[in-house]
Design a binder for this molecule. Structure first.
Ligand code: SRM
Ligand code: SF4
Length: 518
């Protein structure tokens, strides 16, 4: 087999480095064998960052995007000791990543995670990634199905309760699973390898099953129906296990560009794939319900909302491009304890929710100073901006994204009045971690030639729709230099999204941050 990652996995399973962590910590990062350093450590969620050598990223697993205050405080302590190098990011899979980690601290950090019920295992490389679910599971006044027990059961199965499960650590490629329990497709079900969307069959609430959604540099496709319906119980777990096992045992491993589940489904045809799933199940797979129950526009959950529990509210805080400092994590933990019930949630839009706030405490909570930074009522473009990591930490990045995303949204919010939020997603390279294809306006980092020089630029995606009738946007224009974005997006927002210039004569200046050389 030509694929170098298959060779690395054959030589030694990624999970094996768990036994070597103490030795790695003693020897220092420069002495760690290259394949362990750059590849296998990702099986523990530990990412060597060539952009900041010696400073690692640690990717957690937060099924359904839920963390306790004690867990957040542990994470805050971990990054706090790294000063300016330490920070955290909320990811587009409603997860957290920590930055600034040094290898010498890793044994103690992994122990601290375990002690507070967290794990980072199998969160990178050829594993099942963070399991996403409705961020309002169990509290949504209009909930159809609570996704939490299902996702917790899947996490226990696939990770062996956070210890690592060698049964599932040698997949042909990454594997994404989402379970939606509300009417607005809050997890972008359609872009997962395996997704469950609420659907009623003969009067019973359960899920229609979708398979084969994914983004990659070479190909992006929405998931397609498996023509299957399952009730919201152990059947979900059995079916997910069956699909992952088929992917593990039959997925295409020769070429990493063609290894995601969808390529296998294409090779087999959906009928044969469904038969293979059925053959593994202890129950007859019912055909899909004729329609699903995704019939709402997508909510962003920013603001104050009543819960299904009378007298309680959840409050969604806007965290600009998901970036958190240690002090922010300490504060979120405190908010959860003082005002809520010790729980914080994260969304795929990289924002945070504090649930279970009784009405009596709401006014005091809304006066908290941090809500000036993490607003419950941000301006429309800042409200909806999402960005991948970009060049600050990611070596795949072609451009810097997060700072640009904030700067441009602020600039355009100042220049334009918008009737509603417009979702602008930035992603630093064609891997599409920032999901430009689901955005109203997607910006994908590239280079372009301008005045005889190569400059930072973006490809422009339009037409993405989320929630009811979700569909992927497509690239409509290539290579727009970043310093031309204020003008290009102003025109787009005015002509296609109902924006009105605040002052008709004002032309947007190009702020330094958007200039062409990063
Ligand atoms: Fe991603 C690789 C960051 C969500 C598609 N992604 C990477 C790496 C690990 C590359 C690297 O080693 O530097 C990035 C780490 C940068 C860093 O230091 O943070 C990275 N991906 C991210 C995150 C952090 C973006 C963010 O800012 O939120 C997201 C972490 C999610 C999580 O918690 O697990 C993230 N990545 C996604 C998504 C979105 C999603 O899952 O909804 C996608 C597209 C959906 C999909 O995978 O089908 C995505 N990432 C990729 C790909 C292309 C996969 C492929 O099949 O080709 C790569 C490259 C690869 O795997 O070879 C990649
Ligand atoms: Fe890195 Fe590219 Fe993913 Fe952004 S899209 S995090 S630049 S791999």
């Amino acid at each position: 087999m030509s694929n170098k990652f298959e060779a690395i996995k054959r030589e030694k399973d990624g999970l094996k480095v768990k036994e070597e962590i103490a030795a790695f910590a003693r020897m220092g990062w420069e002495q760690i064998p290259k394949d362990d350093l750059e590849v296998r450590l990702k099986w523990l969620g530990v990412f060597f960052r060539p952009v900041t050598p010696g400073r690692f990223m640690l990717r957690l697993r937060l099924p359904n995007g839920i963390a306790t205050s004690a867990q957040l405080r542990t994470l805050a302590h971990i990054i706090n000791r790294y000063g300016d190098e330490g920070s955290a990011d909320i990811t587009t899979r409603q997860n957290l990543q920590l930055r600034g980690i040094v290898i010498e601290d890793l044994p103690a950090i992994l122990e601290a995670l375990e002690n507070c019920g967290l794990t980072s295992v199998q969160s990178g490389m050829d594993n099942i990634r963070n399991l996403t679910g409705s961020p309002t599971a169990g509290i949504d006044a209009d909930e159809l199905i609570d996704t939490r027990p299902l996702l917790y059961a899947l996490q226990a199965l696939f990770t062996n309760h956070g210890q690592g499960n060698p049964e599932f650590t040698n997949l042909p490629r990454k594997f994404n699973i989402a379970i939606e329990g509300t009417r607005d497709n809050s997890v972008h079900a359609e872009i997962n390898d395996l997704a469950f969307v609420p659907a009623e069959r003969e009067g019973v609430l359960g899920f229609n099953v979708l398979v084969g959604g994914f983004f990659s540099a070479k190909r992006c496709d929405a998931a397609i129906p498996l023509n299957a319906w399952v009730p919201p119980d152990a059947a979900v777990i059995e079916l997910a296990r069956a699909v992952v096992e088929i992917f593990r045992d039959h997925g295409l491993r020769e070429n990493r560009q063609k290894a995601r589940l969808r390529w296998l489904i294409d090779a087999w045809g959906i009928e044969r794939f469904r038969e293979a799933v059925q053959a593994k199940l202890s129950f007859p797979l019912l055909t899909a319900a004729p329609t699903d129950l995704i019939d709402w526009d997508k909510r962003d959950h920013i603001g104050v909302y009543p819960q299904k529990q009378a007298g309680f509210y959840y409050v969604g805080l806007h965290v600009p491009v998901g970036r958190l400092q240690a002090s922010d994590l300490f504060e979120l933990a405190r908010f959860a304890e003082v005002y809520g019930q010790g729980e914080v949630r994260f969304t795929v839009e990289q924002n945070a929710l504090i649930p279970h706030i009784p009405e009596t405490k709401l006014a005091a909570f809304l006066e908290e100073p941090l809500l000036q930074k993490f607003s419950i009522n941000p301006a429309p473009l800042q409200r909806a901006v999402v960005s991948c990591t970009g060049a600050q930490f990611c070596n795949f990045a072609i451009i810097e994204t997060k700072q640009r995303a904030i700067a441009l949204a602020k600039l355009l919010d100042a220049q334009l009045e918008l009737p509603r939020p417009v979702r602008i997603h930035w992603t630093g390279c064609p891997n599409s971690c920032g999901q430009p294809q689901v955005a109203d306006i997607g910006l994908l980092g590239t280079k372009a030639r301008k005045d005889g020089q190569m400059v930072d630029a973006v490809d422009l995606y339009l037409g993405g729709k989320v929630g009811k009738d979700a569909r992927l946007g497509t690239c409509v224009r290539k290579g727009i230099p970043c310093d031309e974005l204020p003008e290009v997006l102003t025109e787009l927002l005015v002509t296609q999204f109902g924006a009105r210039p605040r002052s008709p004569t004002a032309m947007p200046p190009s702020p330094q941050i958007l200039m062409t050389h990063s």
